[in-house]
Ligand binder design. Sequence first.
Ligand code: GLA
Length: 733
Amino acid sequence: MSIKYQKETGIFTLHTKHTTYQMQVDNLGTLLHLYYGEKIADEDVSFLIIRNDRGFSPNPGDRMEERDYSLDFLPQEYAGIGTGDFRIPAISPVNGDGSLAFSGRYKRHKIYDGPYELSGLPKLRDQKKESQTLEITLEDEATGLMVELLYGVFEEADVITRAVKVLNQGKEEIKLSKVMSCTLDFLESDYDLIHFGGHHVQEHEYHRQPVSFGCQSFGSVRGYSSHQHNPSGILCKTNASEEEGDCYGFVFVYSGNFLCEVEKNQFSQMRMNLGIHPQQFEWRLLPGESFTAPQVVLSYSETGLSRLTNNFHNIFRTNLCESKYMNQVRPVLLNSWEAVYLDFDEKKILEIARSSKELGTELFVMDDGWFVNRNDDSHGLGDWELDEKKLPHGLCWLSEQIHQMGLLFGIWIEPEMVSQGTKLYKEHPDWVIQIPGRNPSMGRAQMVLDLSRKEVRDYLVEKMNGVIREAHADYVKWDANRSITDIYSQALPGMKQGEVFHRYMLGLYDLMDRIILANPDVLFEGCSGGGGRFDAGMLYYQPQIWGSDDTDAIARLKIQYGLSYLYPSQTIGSHVSVCPNHQTGRMTPLHTRAVTAMHGTFGFELDPSDLSEEEKKQCKEYAREYKEYAPVMVEGDYYRLTNPYENHLFTGWMHVTKDKQKAWVSLVMTDVEGNAPISYLKLRGLDKDGMYRVDGLNLVCSGTVLMKMGIPITWELKEYEAVRYCLTRIDKE
Ligand code: GLA
């Protein structure tokens, strides 16, 4: 039993293989947070909470005489508002009487085997039927507003999930203006916050900063999880490294607006809240109605960031995406985008597809530009009718030709968008998100369809399933190329407009249920101008997401480094493109581009006719090597060997099989110095007692030496050059 309740003390203890989470209902009914960290016995650690009579920290009215009891400093599981806790709240209601307060007290709980339900929202699956659930209901007695805290325990995986259902059991309507999915209170605050973000064409950058006095936050109000900030993060001890120190990771299983806020308060305690962003959010609950806040996945490691990373990689591989492709080696693809952009015809497409075979590809993807009026990126989205001028023989014929070449066929779609000149827009101007009477903001000259409306979703299901059928598609790239502004649904009354951002997301999830899950044999790749929607909500539906519109190998090192912390390598779309690189103008060797693209779902994004015969041969060899190496990437453990934000000279990473028999090490030189000192690439994750053969170096060496001393980086490696080493354990072959 991984969830235990002790009636006498009111203590709930949640155990995973290496971690423990503990909370307690105190004698006032407050649900206190006692502990989250390294595994402990079923001991009572409530002694850790010290109560003092602190000036200006209020005491509950029914405990006036207990001047040392204050919600202002007690660590809690779900932070209320307006009743004595001045820290960042998890919930903020406007009650029927206009009051702005919530104070939850324990009402009841339930423990059961299996996962909790989160209707309409993505969440971890329970593939091996191993999880247990704890539901604790808190009630605000004055209003009847109930909060059901949901805890899922995945014992083997060292993962605890949290989610929240809010129920109005009172007699009056209540407006929710903030509902976070999780509060995590800490007694101390000597932590760093690591989070990831950047901008379009350079997303997922790594940021690490000390938690400082006051509040710090990051999030998105762009309608999507965004290029600017990823809905995930890590709180780790200030001295934590890849192999040492306490680290807490959190990933929001949601693709819309989000807020992560961290507060260090007057007593140097720390609180982290994660949930839907309260900006432009308001949800009305009539008596009897409920609201469900999405899931947060938590994990803890007492031995540093590598272990935390592998906890997340493992759970996401096994329990997030149902696609049969998730744990398979993906077909090597060639995508037409950087080859021809929107400028192609049937002859050109067939020529690229045919010549892509010379590079060893298995899947040809026709990107944007195949439908009517799509000669530039300002037109054409929404009708989804074939451009017969470009492709006179039709999609079905084209697909057949490509299949006959022995290739799989893939196609690009952008279902959520509409261009103003289309039939769809003319017939249904009310189907777009825009505020009546206001000139709408445009993004890439397109507008966003109102997915909160069922009729819009029904139209898209029919259209998209039609395209997939007609194209006999084996692969689909699902793109979304603007942020959402002017939020307003013409199908909802004015008073419900604060619900539209979230209703859009629920609509999108329903749409993906009906298109992606309805086509289980199709490999889907998510995309939003690259990695603008790289989140666990999307990965519930699609096993891979295009990492960034930046295909420059050197820029990709940092992007993929950021993604590696919480998302498995096989979820990261990564391709070899031409030089000079289209985004940065940088020149890098083909080998380096291949080594970097092998960190993810390997492929090409170029016109093979731009390559020399020698380069084509090399590409074929890379495709072959990828197939050999990818099983290790898909199933093994992942280790970052350097931090490109600290080490400007080289970036290294490796994948190791779970049994430590085989490993692949990659190294890219990002800068060089003349007459430089010799650096050593120190490996990780090997068996220290094992003897390994290092192919490419003519070396046999113990795990201890490879990890403690490392592989010397010689002067032969010039700027932007790369090497890959395959390691095989030979003493136990
Ligand atoms: C987005 C994607 C690109 C490409 C274009 C097509 O920017 O990220 O890969 O598909 O759209 O318009």
